[in-house]
Design a protein around this ligand. Structure first.
Ligand SMILES: *Cc1c(COP(=O)(O)O)cnc(C)c1O
Length: 366
């Protein structure tokens, strides 16, 4: 018998998020390079803070996240009153869509943009709209051309995932200036810390009323498993987002870990430096094997193969060698593999395995 129970319009159109694989059947020792995690994990002080917080598990957490907001504000020289914290930056993206986009509204992002923009837009009942990129780089003209009087949110990740490319401050300004008056520009800075001296767009937020930035502890801070992210924007927007936020959306354990993490910027600088070196080495080693990639500004590279078939076969070969990377056909990049920059040994293993797959002698590399 047909049921009358139906979800809201648009919900059944949502494709469930596919995360990076964590294991390979029949292979016990794997190196996971599929989710852009920090291979070094969090700073030592973070584990201690998390353990200490375990003594208070019976207590409800603070609802206003004040100590964490103050710690983030101090580290980044921001106004704590205009920070909102969430269960990963994914939750901030969800709040933005829920609060600002609904039926008949459009949420704009780029061709190879992060899949949560589409999912959150659809969950809010809004219409996802894609603007093309120019050779895997965000194209401000295409985004501006795709804006309409229904556009409510414009999401770009800078650096972008899965392309690794980024656009400069002048282009971002031009985008913020050109979007329609009812729209908010959201700068997703999940990888901002990998770019030395980059503020993720914080200065632009001070100068404009229509820009919000999202940040995360999942990537360079090495805390993907704990689910902590934050957003920064005009007070009026943050006030709106706090109305849709659950009062206890973060546990004390999460907040304690995040405070310790953000207070150890030496560790973050060390992780950035290592990533920069290993990324350059990996990109260069693969290029020598005939596998190019765009200049990446994040903690992964997007390796381009000659065909979808070659990318799929290389992915399978890497898996057989215990190396898990990411096929990105779902991001309309079927001939590419996104490879997280691991530690030095992992980078060497990837280069060696790709050489083995291609049947190229790589003695010079190893
Ligand atoms: C990883 C990632 C995030 C972070 O998600 P969290 O929910 O904070 O773990 C956000 N945006 C992009 C583009 C990402 O790649």
């Amino acid at each position: 018998m047909a049921t009358k129970i139906q979800p809201q319009p648009g919900i059944l159109d949502i494709d469930i998020y596919v995360s990076g694989k964590a294991g390979v059947d029949g292979v016990s020792e794997v190196i996971k390079l599929s989710s852009n995690e920090n291979p070094y994990g969090p700073a030592d002080a973070v584990q201690k803070a998390f353990r200490d917080a375990s003594h208070q598990l019976h207590r409800y957490p603070s609802t206003d996240h004040l100590p964490l907001r103050q710690a983030i504000a101090a580290a980044h020289d921001l106004d704590a009153d205009r920070i909102i914290c969430g269960a990963g930056s994914d939750e901030i993206i969800t709040f933005l869509c829920q609060a600002y986009a609904g039926v008949n509204d459009e949420v704009l992002f780029t061709e190879h943009g992060f899949s949560m923009y589409r999912i959150s837009a659809q969950a809010a009942g809004a219409t996802p709209v894609e603007a093309r990129e120019r050779e895997r780089v965000t194209d401000v003209d295409a985004l501006l051309a795709a804006c309409t009087d229904k556009t409510r949110l414009v999401f770009i990740a800078n650096p972008n995932n899965p392309t690794g490319t980024m656009i400069g401050g002048n282009e971002i300004c031009r985008l913020a200036d050109g979007i329609p008056p009812q729209a908010i520009l959201v700068l997703d800075g999940a990888y901002a810390e990998y770019v030395q001296g980059f503020d993720g767009g914080a200065a632009l937020i001070e100068a404009r009323q229509n820009v919000v930035m999202t940040r995360t502890f999942s990537k360079i801070y090495g805390l993907g498993g704990l689910r902590i992210g934050w957003g920064y924007g005009p007070k009026s927007v943050i006030d709106v987002l706090n109305r849709v936020r659950g009062p206890f959306n973060l546990s004390e354990s999460q907040m304690a870990a995040a405070i310790a993490a953000v207070q150890d910027q030496d560790y973050i600088n060390m992780c950035r430096d290592k990533n920069t070196g290993n990324r350059a080495w990996l990109a260069d080693a693969l290029a020598k094997l005939g596998v190019p990639s765009d200049t990446s500004t994040a903690n992964f590279i997007l390796a381009r193969f000659r065909s979808e078939k070659e990318a799929v076969e290389c992915d399978a070969y890497l898996k057989s060698q215990g190396l898990i990377v990411r096929l990105v056909k779902g991001y309309k990049l079927p001939n590419c593999l996104r490879i997280t920059v691991g530690d030095e040994a992992s980078c060497r293993r990837v280069a060696h395995a790709v050489a083995g797959f291609l049947g190229v002698n790589d003695d010079a590399n190893i």
